[in-house]
Design a protein around this ligand. Structure first.
Ligand code: 4AD
Ligand code: MG
Length: 434
């Protein structure tokens, strides 16, 4: 029995570690034996290190047992750190004893397996190096966003996920049976955040959002992490300034804190550090003009869908805003542009290099009659939105907000082909397991 405490694998590589006794534990990345010596690579949360074990030191019984530990089996090691130029990183731990926590069954994951199989075995695949790097970056991204929002004095709040009224249109809401009454999984916390600006002025929520879109695209999940911010007193320009500052702060922080992971995943950190803004702000009308000149069959009123987003951003190095969309293309709660009844005060932020929309932003309609008219036109049941309409009757102030798809942002930051590679257990139309 190895009595703790245990150190971190990364500590093996500290300058002063040479010659010292260490206790480390973790999972076996690979293992082989030759000439009475075991060579294994041990992984913990901090890194990997080579461990060697001699038959004459461990004793034949222990040696034979460890020799049969499988890839991803778990062990504890007590030994001495030594320099060895042949070991990865130039160091190894020479084991005095090795204890088996779980010898493990043969690990079923190999590089050349089909994507479907790997998705079925996602609970094991997430141990691989690219997943480890991805989720370290994701955690850093979430931390950076929260730090930025704290600096900006935006209050974190906890809106509900179970709701009686869809926020973004019934067709794409997951309906649930709420004790015999209709309910929906939240598509957006926006309506609740709008309620919370009266007491707090600047609020945000980071919650899962659910979209029952049957879109099998590389950028749609049915469940995703949604960062939503709502700001009292903001107009569209102020909101775009805020989004831009936040994206730049997040990209820079991630590049500074996770350079090795970014490099390993194919995004040189210098590229993120090199982003500086301002992000171009292109009115919808001008975007349509650009697309027409590029030969795309679009006119006023056309949706900016995947192909259009791609054409608009393929050559861009920084994200761009598309602003002031035709009213019919957008949600019921968006404010009509003063002086132009055809458009709304909305802006979508498109990632460069063809990765598409990462933020949807807008000023909110403050006129209760205009809201009622738009809700009616969308076929909504007005009674379900009565509480929301109430907000326009008691301290109704100009306000604006946005939603950011965390996995969309990460997909661009990490240049991942498919959005499912930015979340450990992806939910798509064809999969909600494991
Ligand atoms: O543009 P959306 O639908 O806007 C809203 O939900 C607003 N109510 C947000 C707000 O103003 N509070 O969604 C916002 C963002 C999109 O820009 C996109 O990044 C992401 O959410 N998103 C998705 N991400 C992954 N998979 C999906 N199916 C997504 N649908 C939207
Ligand atoms: Mg949108």
């Amino acid at each position: 029995m190895i009595a703790g405490p245990f150190g971190a694998v990364a500590d093996v590589f500290r300058p002063e570690a040479i010659g010292r006794a260490v206790r480390i534990r973790g999972w076996v990345l690979r293992l082989r034996s030759s000439g009475g010596i075991l060579f294994l690579v041990l992984r913990d949360r901090t890194g990997t290190a080579q461990v060697t074990g001699r038959r004459d030191v461990l004793g034949p019984e222990r040696f034979d047992a460890v020799e049969h530990v499988q890839v991803e089996g778990a062990i504890q090691v007590e030994g001495t750190v030594a320099d060895d130029p042949r070991a990865p990183g130039g160091r190894e731990v020479r084991a005095r004893t090795i204890e088996i926590v779980d010898a493990g069954a043969p690990f079923p994951i190999f590089q050349e397996q089909t994507e479907e199989f790997r998705l079925d075995k996602r609970h094991l695949v997430i141990r691989s190096a690219d997943h480890v790097a991805t989720f370290r970056v994701k955690a850093e991204l979430l931390r950076a966003i929260r730090e930025f929002l704290a600096t900006e004095e935006v209050l974190e709040t906890t809106p509900p996920i179970l709701t009686a009224n869809p926020a973004e249109g019934g067709a794409e809401a997951f309906a649930i049976d709420y004790f015999g009454r209709p309910g929906y999984l939240s598509q957006s916390a926006q309506l609740y955040l709008e309620a919370m600006i009266a007491p707090h002025e600047r609020v945000y929520a980071l919650t899962p959002s659910f979209r029952a879109e049957k879109s099998r695209t590389p950028r749609h999940l049915t469940e995703y992490q949604h960062l939503e911010v709502e700001l009292a007193w903001s107009d569209l320009d102020g909101l775009m300034d805020f989004v831009e500052r936040m994206i730049l702060a997040a990209c820079h922080a991630v590049a500074e804190r996770r350079p090795a992971e970014l490099t390993a995943l194919g995004r040189p950190p210098q590229e993120l550090l090199g982003l500086h803004g301002p992000f171009p702000r292109v009115p919808y009308l001008e975007a349509i003009g650009r697309l027409q000149r590029a030969g795309l069959p679009v006119t006023w009123g056309s949706d900016i869908a995947t192909a259009e987003e791609r054409a608009l951003t393929l050559e861009e190095r920084e994200p761009i805003f598309i602003t002031r969309f035709p009213r019919e293309l957008k949600a019921f709660y968006m404010l009509r542009t003063p002086g132009d009844p055809r458009t709304v005060e909305a802006a979508d932020l498109l990632a460069p290099e063809g990765y598409g929309e990462i933020v949807g932003a807008s000023c909110r309609e403050t006129d209760v009659d205009a809201l009622i008219e738009r809700l009616r036109a969308s076929g909504a049941n007005l009674a379900d939105y009565e509480w929301y309409l109430d907000l326009r009757r008691h301290g109704n102030v100009p306000h604006a907000g946005f939603g950011l798809g965390v996995e969309r942002l990460l997909r661009w930051m990490l240049r991942r082909e498919h959005i499912r590679d930015t979340t450990p257990f992806p939910r798509t139309p064809s999969r909600h397991t494991p």
